[in-house]
Design a protein around this ligand. Structure first.
Ligand SMILES: Cc1cc2nc3c(=O)[nH]c(=O)nc-3n(C[C@H](O)[C@H](O)[C@H](O)COP(=O)(O)O)c2cc1C
Length: 214
């Protein structure tokens, strides 16, 4: 075959195209895996802020159920609940809860609740509250959100689960009552849901268990 025959050129081009596609496919897979790993790390980091990893020995990211209860979780769709266990025994759940009634819209949170009904931690994941007014709900702006730790439906009593302006035990912010009120109410709803569904929360099969059953 002549060195510059059309057939040879065509074959060379086809070879380059095949190599290019293979290279791009490989890069796509690697990038996708890296992004997925980064997302897993980010979720694990957030979970560790509401529940210390040394409290449990299971894989929290894979012991997950979806729960639908718009009243509790603040939106019509399913909410994610992570279950923590030690030696197979219930330790805590971490629930993705939304306070729908923030000043500027929904406030998304993680609420960690130990099996005894006390709070291991609460953190705001995203919100659109006004900087300087509503944003002390962020842990990096103030320690307000840490004051839920150790609290339960017994402490304070139901009347205490409100901001001070409403006769409760939780501080509001200067000139901003709507944001902290929304958060306090959402945390209390999460505790009530936990109390009402304690056994079912831990007993339900996770998506991973269901797929291995099939
Ligand atoms: C521009 C603007 C932004 C505001 N942003 C918030 C907010 O993010 N969170 C909040 O609770 N109140 C916010 N407020 C104040 C509320 O309108 C409301 O007055 C306040 O929450 C009531 O709290 P107070 O009873 O302590 O005055 C904002 C008010 C204005 C005018």
């Amino acid at each position: 075959m002549n060195a510059d025959s059309p057939l040879r050129s065509g074959l060379t081009l086809a070879g380059i195209a095949v190599l290019g596609v293979a290279l791009l496919t490989g890069i796509h897979h690697l990038t996708r895996e890296r992004i997925a790993a980064q997302q897993r790390d980010a979720v694990a980091m957030r979970l560790s802020q509401v529940l210390a990893p040394d409290r449990y020995d299971n894989d929290l990211l894979h012991d997950v159920i979806q729960v639908t209860d718009p009243e509790t979780f603040g939106h019509p769709g399913p909410a994610t609940v992570y279950r923590a266990r030690r030696d197979g025994q219930p330790v805590a759940v971490v629930m993705e809860v939304t306070a729908p009634n923030g000043y500027n819209g929904p406030i998304r949170m993680l609420v960690g609740i130990l099996a005894d009904g006390s709070i291991s931690g609460v953190r705001v994941v995203s919100h659109r509250e006004t900087p300087g007014l509503g944003d002390p709900i962020e842990a990096r702006r103030s320690d307000w959100i840490t004051r839920f730790e150790g609290r339960s439906l017994r402490d304070p009593t139901p009347e205490g689960w409100a901001v001070r302006r409403d006769g409760g035990e939780f501080d509001q912010f200067t000139g901003a009552t709507i944001t902290p009120r929304a958060v306090v109410e959402a945390v209390q709803r999460a505790l009530e849901y936990h109390r009402a569904h304690l056994d079912a929360l831990y007993a339900r099969q996770s998506a991973d268990e269901q797929s291995t059953d099939e």
